[in-house]
Design a protein around this ligand. Structure first.
Ligand code: ADP
Ligand code: MG
Length: 268
C-alpha cells in the first residue's frame, strides 16, 4: 500500500479549501477508504472544524518532536494531524535552522519525508494548504501526487487559480515530475448568476481537461458542518435525525461532495 497524496491548494482564502478537505475526507472514509487529513494552515480551521483541540498531535510537534505523524481519530477510517500556529513560514524556517537534525535537509522536502512512513498505512493523505504559495504550500506540492484547486464561483478567482496552475507546472518540471493537477472545481455556486456563468465559460475555454463537472453549491448544510465540529457525513445524519420530515437521501451539500468524490476517483 502506498497512499496517494492530494494537496488542496489555492493562494486565495475563503474559497473552501478547508471545507472541501474535510468533506472529501469524510465522504472517502465513509466509502471505506482509509484517510489521513493534515492541517497545514497555522489558523488551524480544519482542526477546529472537526472538533479537535490542536494542542497536541499537531503538525509542528510531528515535524520537530516526534519526527513522524501522530494523529487524532475522527471516525474509524479517518484521522487528523492537527494544525499549529507555529507553522507560519517565518517560524517554520526559523525552527528548521535551530534543529540540528534538519541542518542539511532541503526545507521544501520536510513534509514529504515526514509522510513517507504514514503512506504505507492508508489509502489517501489530504493536505489542507494555507492561503499562500510560500514554503509550507511548496512542501505540500513536493509531497503530493495531485493538487485539487477549489475556486470560489466569482471572476475575481481567476488569478488565484492561474497562479497555482503555474506553480504546479514549475514544480513538475523542476522538482516533482509526478505532480498532476487533479481538477479545478467551483464552490459556493449559485445558479443563474452572471459572474458565475462567466467563470464557467473561462474555465471551459482555458482548462477544459481539468475543469470538473461537479459544482459545489452555496449550501447551509455545508456551512453548518464547518462550524459544528462534525464531519459532513456525520452532520448529514445528525440533521436527518433532528428533522421532522423523514428523509432517506442526503441533503444537497453532501450530495454535491459525494458527486465530486466520484468524479475525483475516476481521475486517480
Ligand atoms: N458550499 C458552501 N456553502 C456555504 N458556505 C460555504 C461553502 N463552502 C465553504 N463555505 C464557508 O465559507 C467559509 C470559508 O471556507 P473555508 O473552507 O474556510 O475556505 P479556505 O480554507 O479556502 O479559506 C467558511 O465559513 C465555510 O463554512
Ligand atoms: Mg482554510
Amino acid at each position: 500500500m502506498s497512499a496517494k497524496v492530494i494537496s488542496v491548494a489555492n493562494e486565495k482564502g475563503g474559497v473552501a479549501k478547508t471545507t472541501s478537505t474535510a468533506a472529501i475526507g469524510s465522504v472517502l472514509s465513509r466509502m471505506g477508504h482509509t484517510i489521513i487529513l493534515v492541517d497545514l494552515d497555522p489558523q488551524s480551521d480544519l482542526t477546529i472544524s472537526l472538533g479537535v483541540e490542536p494542542k497536541e498531535r499537531n503538525i509542528h510537534d510531528c515535524i520537530f518532536e516526534h519526527r513522524k505523524l501522530k494523529a487524532w481519530p475522527i471516525n474509524e477510517n479517518l484521522v487528523l494531524v492537527g494544525g499549529s500556529p507555529e507553522l507560519t513560514p517565518i517560524d517554520f524556517l526559523d525552527n528548521l535552522k535551530k534543529d540540528e537534525e534538519y541542518q542539511y535537509e532541503n526545507p521544501r522536502m520536510i513534509i514529504k519525508h515526514l509522510l513517507e512512513q504514514a503512506k504505507q498505512k492508508c489509502d489517501y493523505i489530504i493536505l489542507d494548504c494555507p492561503p499562500n504559495l510560500e514554503i509550507i504550500t511548496q512542501n505540500a506540492l513536493l509531497a503530493s501526487d495531485y493538487v485539487l484547486i477549489p475556486s470560489e464561483a466569482h471572476s475575481f478567482s481567476i488569478n488565484g487559480v492561474e497562479n497555482i496552475i503555474d506553480q504546479i507546472s514549475r514544480f513538475k518540471k523542476k522538482a516533482n515530475p509526478d505532480l498532476e493537477a487533479l481538477g479545478i472545481f467551483l464552490t459556493r455556486y449559485r445558479t443563474n448568476t452572471r459572474s458565475h456563468e462567466d467563470l464557467v465559460e473561462y474555465f471551459n475555454k482555458n482548462h477544459p481537461d481539468i475543469f470538473l463537472k461537479t459544482y459545489i453549491h452555496e449550501n447551509i448544510t455545508i456551512q453548518e458542518a464547518t462550524h459544528s465540529g462534525r464531519e459532513l457525513e456525520e452532520h448529514d445524519l445528525f440533521k436527518k435525525k433532528k428533522s421532522m420530515i423523514k428523509k432517506k437521501e442526503p441533503f444537497k451539500g453532501l450530495q454535491d461532495y459525494r458527486s465530486l468524490v466520484n468524479e475525483i476517483l475516476n481521475r486517480i
